[in-house]
Structures are given as C-alpha cells and as structure tokens.
Design a protein around this ligand. Sequence first.
Ligand SMILES: Nc1ncnc2c1ncn2[C@@H]1O[C@H](COP(=O)(O)OP(=O)(O)OP(=O)(O)O)[C@@H](O)[C@H]1O
Ligand SMILES: [Mg+2]
Length: 426
Amino acid sequence: MDFLGFFGLREDPFKLTPDPAYFYPSASHNEGLLLMDYSIDQKEGFILVIGDPGTGKTTLLKVFLEKWKDRAETAIVLTPGLTPEEFLISVAEDLNIHPGNKNKNEIIKALRDFMTQKSSEGKRVSIIVDEAQNLPAETLEELRLLSNLETDKDKLLQIILIGQPELEPKLMAEKLRQLNQRITTRVHLRHFNADETADYINYRIIKAGKQNLHIGKKTGSLVHKLTKGVPRLINMLVSRSLMAAYLEESASVLPRHIHHAVKSLNHSDMKLTPRLKYAFMAGGVTVTILIAIIVIDVSLHRHSSDKDAVNISTINTAPAKESPSQSAGSADKIPSSGSASVPSEITAIPDYKIVSVKVDVANVREKPSFDSIRVGWSPKGIQMIVLQEYVDEKNMSWYQVPFEGEKRWISEEVVDVIEMGEAEGR
Ligand SMILES: Nc1ncnc2c1ncn2[C@@H]1O[C@H](COP(=O)(O)OP(=O)(O)OP(=O)(O)O)[C@@H](O)[C@H]1O
Ligand SMILES: [Mg+2]
C-alpha cells in the first residue's frame, strides 16, 4: 500500500504549492485578506503585503485573486527583475492589451484607455507584484507614475506589492519616498501561534480526505517550536514525519518520527535546540496523532435573516461592548469551549463539517448568541472547520470554529456549509 493509501488520504495534505483550496485563515491571514479586500473596494492606491519567506504571501494572493476574478482585471507580475519598459509591456500583455507600437508612451496611453473603460463598467484594475523586493528602484518609480492615472473622482488603478521584509526598508530610500507615502494599507503576515499550528495541520489533513486523523495539542506545540509557525516549514516537517511513520507502518506520528524528520531535512531554519534534543532523548515529549472525538450535532435549522453580517463600512477594530442583555444565567446552556478539546485516546469517529463565510464580513462571537461579545470578524470566502455545533432556543444553529487560536462561535446565517460528511466506516 502506498503512503496516501496507508493513511487513508485522497491526496498529499502538505504539498508545497500555494493552493487556495487549502487556505487556512489564521488571525493574520484573515486580517490581511480583509484589508486587501477593503482597499481594493475603496479604490485605495498602494497596498503592501510583507511576510517572512514561506509565511503564505503567494497563497494569500491566490485566494484574493479567486475572490476578485469576476470584479477586477488583474495583471500579475511574478518575475519582477524587469526594467520599467519590460515591466509596462508585461503588465499590458497580462491585461490583454496590445498597443500597436511598443514605445512607453503608447503603452501608457493604451493602459489609461483600458482603465477608463473598465472603470466605466464598474470594474477594478489592479497590478500585483509578487516578490516585489526584487523590483529595481526605477521600476518602482514607474509604478508610482502609473498610479497617478485617475479620473476627477477615482483612482483608476490599485497596486499591491507583495514581498519579503527587506522590501520595507527599500521603500524608505529617499528616491522612493513619494511611493512610500502613498501606501495606504500595510499588511504584515505573522507566523502561526502554537494553537494555529495544530489547527492548520488538522485542517490540511481533513481537506486531504481524512476526517478522523487529527493532531493533538502537544504535537502541534512541538511542531510549532521546531518551525516557529512558518507554514512552509510546517508542511515540510509534518510531511516528512508522516513518511517516517509510514516506513515503520505506524498509524501514529510519534516523537521519534518528528525527530527523524528534523534530522533528515537538515534545514537551517529548523534546528533542534539542546532543550528539544533532551526532550526527544528522554522521551519527555509524548505526542501522537490521534483520532478525535469531536461529535457534532448535525441538526441543521435554517433562518433567512442576516443578523450577523457586518456592513464593511462599519468595521471597527475594537471588540463590540458586551451587551447588557448578555446574562451570566444563559452560560450554562452554552457548550463550554473545553468540551471540544482533542482527547488523549480513541473514543469515537467524528463527523465533520466545513463552513464558508457567505456575507462580506461575518461577526465572530465569544459564545453562541447574538448578545455575546463580538471578538472579531471573518471576510467572505473564509473556510473554517466546525468543532462543535449548538442549536439555541430559537432553533438557530451556531458553529464553533477555530479563530485567532481560540474556539469561537459563528451563526449559521452568515455561512454556507460547503463540505460535510461522516468518517468512513459509519
Ligand atoms: N494560510 C495558509 N493556508 C494554507 N497554506 C498555507 C498558508 N500559508 C502558507 N501556506 C503554505 O505554506 C507554503 C508556503 O506558502 P507561500 O508560497 O504562499 O509563502 P510565501 O510567503 O509566498 O513564500 P516566499 O516568500 O518564499 O515567496 C505553501 O505550501 C502554502 O500552501
Ligand atoms: Mg511567494
């Protein structure tokens, strides 16, 4: 039996390609996507997305493109080491514009006509540069000049620069001061925290077709320590650990498999600190991939109203104040967040469900009630695994989902159930 068959997986969960279908909305990625959406929607000029290597910049870009594909014309520049002229030609070609003459002025004129036309059709035009830290300063300056294209009322073009941390100091150079001033939105992608690391691993395993293979908190914490929460490193480490387990025909990933994986990867960014080495040697780290017992109440009750959708123009970064009607007395009817934790032994095979936010912005709450504190929001298209389901006294379903490293609640009114099933064998 091959590796995937052995673990009952449909496909490799930890591929290194930035696949939007596997997008995991960590707090930072979620916020980044929301800010990008908002900036394009509001026709703001320049957006900057910064993140360490492997933190998911290109993945975020792909999710963003997927969301905007019907509403925006986008030129994507993936090989940014281009001179200003080469850059303009590449942008025009990507937008399917073919000026008769390829001199710079002709291309800019053709671009302006195109953008004016699209603007009158209510469409956005954006240029996105990935790996923008490699753009020569003159090409960045050319981009700034392009961003001047505007009508009396609106900017005709939005520009998203995506790059590694060295891009920011580069933009602070004197000759790029004007461009730097025009950046209205800055997104910094953070590494996953320990809880997000475990959620992320579980999410990918579920997506790859294995509903009852989960990773425990301790394993997540160990992987987090070794990878510092960088998704690319997590993928490499867990993938190699699964392979080590497979070679031993072990259905669980044990500390020695992770140890073996770190050593065989021999990656300069994943070092065994003396403390971790000791933990492995002493067998002090007890980790295993477990079968979880998250038993979900699958009763579904539909409501037509949209109470928990947020109008994007009303977003406020502070959590909403606790409503006076949020009585302590109702707490005992609400499932405690502890009841969804991953157990330390096999007790049942779970059902599973994945929901996707269907409104522009959905409130995420501390408890399953409209009276509960809003702890944040999720933008349209974000997918989440349901950890638990709760039906309130009005027959409204609430889904408990991982959010910013905590277990939070989202109303059925603002999401669609996009995947749901029973573990095999049921
Ligand atoms: N939020 C996320 N959800 C799912 N997978 C992710 C996420 N972030 C990163 N990954 C995974 O991590 C790996 C690296 O992601 P990606 O290529 O997007 O990083 P990057 O920041 O663009 O890296 P680089 O700086 O090298 O270009 C990919 O396998 C991708 O699938
Ligand atoms: Mg990238």
